[in-house]
Design a protein around this ligand. Sequence first.
Ligand SMILES: C=C(O[C@@H]1C=C(C(=O)O)C=C[C@H]1O)C(=O)O
Length: 371
Amino acid sequence: MDADRLLEDYTPGDFFFGTSRRAILGSGSQQVFTGADVVSLSEIVPEALAGSPESLAVGVLPFDTAGVPGHIIIPETVRVAGPARPRERKFIGAPSAVRAVPDPVRHVEAVGRAVKILRDGGLRKVVLARALDLEFDFDVPGQAILHNLATDKAGAYTYAAGLPNGRSLIGATPELLLSRVGGQVISHPHAGSMPRSADPVTDRENADILANSRKDHVEHAILTEAIVETLRPFCRRLDVPRSPSLVSTPTMWHLGTVVKGELADRDVTALRLAAALHPTPAICGSPTEAARQLVGELEPFDRGYYAGAVGWMTPDGDGEWAVSIRCAEVAPRALRLYAGGGIVPASDPKAELDETSAKFQTLLRAMGLDL
Ligand SMILES: C=C(O[C@@H]1C=C(C(=O)O)C=C[C@H]1O)C(=O)O
C-alpha cells in the first residue's frame, strides 16, 4: 500500500504523519490523554500502551501548556503505508477574507522591541511569530491541503492532528525534534533561514548568503548547544557535527545540524525525550523562561499547538516527534497560518518580516494561493 490510500481516507480529526520512509494514519480513539504536565504525560502514555502492544500513541504537544494542554491519543485503528509520491495538486479555492495578526507594521515594531531588549543584555535569542487568518465561504478541504503538502514534499514531515478544540493542525515541517529507534536517537534542529527563489542564480545566492551569515550561525549555535545540553544526560555517546549544513524545503533554506546519540538507558521513550527538549530555542529562545515570557508579551495571540511538537510512539518507546511549524490550525471555514523567526541582537526587523512571509509559503503554496 502507498500513502495515496491513507491520504484519500484522511478525515478531519484523524492523525497523519508522513516522511520519506512511511505514512501513518490513525483514526478514532481508544484512549485520550490530556494534560498540562508534558513530562507526566510522557510517563502515563507508555503504561497505557503496554496494554495494547499493536497500537501507537500519537498526538501533539502545545508551545506552552499554560494556554492549552498536551493531547495524546491511542487511536482505534492505525494504518501504515509507504511514502507519498508526487501527484497532481488538488484544488482548494480562494479565501473570502485575509487578515494578518498582528499587521505587518506591528510585527516589525515587535521585532524592533525584541532586538532592543536583546542588545540590552539578558536574553540571547527569542522567536517571534505572526499569524495569517483566512476565511472561506465554503468548508475548508483539509484533506486536499494535507494531500498537496504530502505529495509535494513540502517538508520532511507532513502532519495532521485532531486538536481538543475540534480543529486540526495541518502542516509540513522540515524539523525533527527527536526520533528514537532502539537505543539510537536523532535530533535535527533548524535555525537560520533564507527564502528559496524560482530563479536558480538568486536561489544559489540566497543559500550562499545563509551559509556565510554570522548572525545565522550565532542563532543556530544557541539552538544546537541547548539540544546537546538536554540530550547529554540521557546519552552515553553523542555525535555533534562541528558546523551546521544547508538544508532546504521547496520554500526555504535553513541551517541544520544532525545530532545523533546512543541512549544510556533504553527505558527513556521518544516522548519523554521530546518533552525534555521542548520548547527548544528554534521556536522559543534562550534562556527558555525569559524568552517564553517575552513571546507572551510581544505576540498578540496564543500559539496553541503551533511551535509545539507532533508525532507518534510505539509501546516500546520508539517514535518520531517533529517541531510543529509551517502549519495552520484548520476550522470548518477558517484557517490560521503561523510563521515565526529567531531574533538575535544582530537581527533586522524588516528582514524578519520577510522571513515570516516566506515561511507562510509552505501552506499558501499547498493551497494554490499567491498572497
Ligand atoms: C519558527 C519557525 O521556524 C523556525 C525558525 C527558524 C529561524 O528562525 O531561522 C528556522 C527554522 C525553524 O526552527 C516557523 O517556521 O514558524
